[in-house]
Design a binder for this molecule. Sequence first.
Ligand code: IMP
Ligand code: MG
Length: 175
Amino acid sequence: MDSEPKLSVLFTRDEIAATVSRLAAEIRHDYLDKNPVLIAVLKGSFVFLADLVRQLDFPLEVEFVRLSSYGRGTESSGTVKMAPGALSQIKGRHILVVEDIIDTGLTSAFLLDYLRRRKPASLKFCTLTDKAARRRGPVNIDYRGLAVPDKFIVGYGLDCDERFRNLPDICVLEQ
Ligand code: IMP
Ligand code: MG
């Protein structure tokens, strides 16, 4: 039996809430009259998206995509896959991608490229957390939440092998 992993709080629920409010204000300013489509990347972004949209008091739509670059464990496999299943109309819409974390940037680069080819009216990117130290290529972040160190984090939607998504705080998983 493995010993229980050790967790230490990196961002409290209050710090996260303040960050979500700040991002919502920035997004509201830019999208108030644009009826954007917010595309959240499953599974990790579900908590962030749920908190974010409840602070956006203007017309918008929500879509989900399922992408995976991680096998089990904590290292990116380097290739990104998109689960089959249609996204509704992208062409001519204002698209805002909503991510829980950007790490190497491979997932985001893949998704942004996929969406760009479908000719949206505009395409922007929002991430709650940014692990910039591990970036393998440039990704333009329009709305950036919290900078995180080069550690594996869990909670507030983020998992390790499907565990810990339900933690209200963001914690470092000490390995
Ligand atoms: P990227 O393609 O390396 O930028 O990684 C993107 C995906 O890897 C994220 O959307 C997460 O699902 C996962 N990921 C990367 N770093 C972490 C972490 O520290 N904790 C939990 N998931 C992570
Ligand atoms: Mg994710």
